[in-house]
Design a protein around this ligand. Sequence first.
Ligand SMILES: *[C@@H]1O[C@H](CO)[C@@H](O)[C@H](O)[C@H]1NC(C)=O
Ligand SMILES: *[C@@H]1O[C@H](CO)[C@@H](O)[C@H](O)[C@H]1NC(C)=O
Ligand SMILES: *[C@@H]1O[C@H](CO)[C@@H](O)[C@H](O)[C@H]1NC(C)=O
Length: 414
Amino acid sequence: MMAKHIVLSVFGICVIIAIAHANGNCQNIEGKIKIMHEWVTLDYDFPSPMKRSLIDRKLLIPENLVLVNMDVIRGRIFTTIVRTFKPGIPASLNTVIKRNGKSFLKPFPNLRLNRAGDCKSIQSASSIKIDPNTNYLWVLDEGQVNNIRFCRRKLVIFCIRTKKEVFRHIFPDSVLSESSVLLDLTLDRDQDLTRYAYVVDSIASKLIVVDVVVNKSWLFSHPSMEGEANAGNITVNGETLFSRGGINSISTTSDFKFVYYFSIASFKTWQIPTSILRNRFADSITFDENVRMIGIRQHHAVSLTSGTRSFFFPALEINDILKWYRKQDILTDGSEEEVNLRTLQRLSPTTALNFADGMHIDNGFLYFVTNKFHKFRLGTLDFSGDDGPNFTIGKIFVGEESYLLGTHPKPYKK
Ligand SMILES: *[C@@H]1O[C@H](CO)[C@@H](O)[C@H](O)[C@H]1NC(C)=O
Ligand SMILES: *[C@@H]1O[C@H](CO)[C@@H](O)[C@H](O)[C@H]1NC(C)=O
Ligand SMILES: *[C@@H]1O[C@H](CO)[C@@H](O)[C@H](O)[C@H]1NC(C)=O
């Protein structure tokens, strides 16, 4: 069994124990990253004359394009390019296609529905989540382009097949503040309906809940959602980025009973029952009584996702992605109410990932973006291409399915 040998050599004893407990589910972790797409500079799938014209009129400024988030369904990749603070970005929401070995961004649903200043359209998509149960694409839209607030912030759901909008929620003033920046979300299913979105407001340090059945949102705030002043230095490949960022990384468990989250400028990882979040009358005292710190990480991370058994997050300082074998630690600690962050495995210790970001699981693979964000922020990004690609979308086999398919998904297809 070749896969097993690779597992042994890469992950050591920890994984063998995990396999012994894996309850008949053969868990092969290949530990090999496959790069699906890579770019020195991101490029749209526009005809050349159109591209030249857009560049001439400064409507396309390639060096302002930064890949941050992605999601994937049956291998089809969707990405977001944040244009909240930058000009020259024709489309914020895109799919990724490959032609003659080169990767291109293709606006979704189309270029027109990415038009700045038109509130029917997407303004600046900060994050997306695809629900594999429904084929719906959930888009978090900051409503602002190049520092101009054209539209209110919204959560829009598209049917991927028809490219039609099926739902939108406009965030009311009651859940927002001056400093609000909505950066990411996770979804929660209740009685076979994907009903709640938990949205992180990273700078205002809040968690906003959207209930799509009643089309309402409400918020929670708690000290665990704030960045810590003494945990803000993030050093990647010798360059240091300082962040005060609060709650940023969030994911729901596959039984939809808990949400885990952490802040950018913090090593602490937290757990809150979904029963608290779903209750729009729960107050901050109830939140405080039910939130629990489950462990301290060694490294910074800006992304979190979950599969049927584990959670996955980057470890920026060591250029890797970690797997937290949650199911294993629930067995060790007795219950999820008592679980601690114990069983951590490095997914790819031999490949430097250069700032791993937005992640999602599809069909047995963990997909992720790398974007050298530390360099982008520090202004040292070199667009000449001498130092390898600045942006990649990669995948690594983890043998789990997306948390959104629940605890007993159909076996993935290889
Ligand atoms: C991207 O950034 C790196 C900086 O590491 C730079 O050297 C490189 O030339 C830029 N372009 C590419 C593709 O890397
Ligand atoms: C939800 O409410 C907003 C106004 O707050 C409205 O614009 C939107 O159409 C509503 N969505 C649905 C699906 O009813
Ligand atoms: C973070 O970096 C700054 C500048 O390099 C330094 O002054 C500060 O002491 C560092 N803080 C911590 C907690 O390491």
